[in-house]
Ligand binder design. Sequence first.
Ligand code: IMP
Length: 174
Amino acid sequence: MEKLKLLVSQQEIEKAIGRIAEELKRDYRDQPPLLVGVLKGAFVFMADLIRALDIPVEIEFVKLSSYGTKTKSSGKIRVVQGLRSPIRDRDVLVVEDIVDTGLTIHFLLDYLAKKKPRSLKLCALLDKPSSRQIDLAIDYKGMEIPDVFVVGYGIDYNEKFRYLPEIYYLEETS
Ligand code: IMP
């Protein structure tokens, strides 16, 4: 059995997105970026983020798969759905839900860098710095969280809990 415990409220999510949006508006005002969302987890964050911006962004999505346990990435990652449009000379901003070990995003940034964008930056709503296995700069960050397994706000556990408007952590009960 899983028990959900509230970790980040709707209000805290909104505040973090508002702050990121201000930073993005400042940095991208004269060069509207192409936002590349990582499916499926980042879709809710992406939707709220673009509506908090008043710059004309374009969006794309990529889907990756990682072989591992249900709660930890193995680092063996593959692109399941790649980009549908070229990114050469574009200002690309990757939008991710959570950076945990960092292996998934490291792989994706490498994959995108080979396509020669003009700039490539990373935006993540949640950061679990204590689980990091690879050095990684998060250019725009919502908030740091402890090493717990979270769900809600687009983020799932076995496809469950994505619909929840807040972010919860899972507590195993027997
Ligand atoms: P990383 O490769 O370990 O950084 O893992 C990144 C991906 O693992 C994220 O995009 C999520 O899809 C998934 N992930 C990591 N932590 C969690 C979590 O707490 N809940 C749900 N998915 C997670």
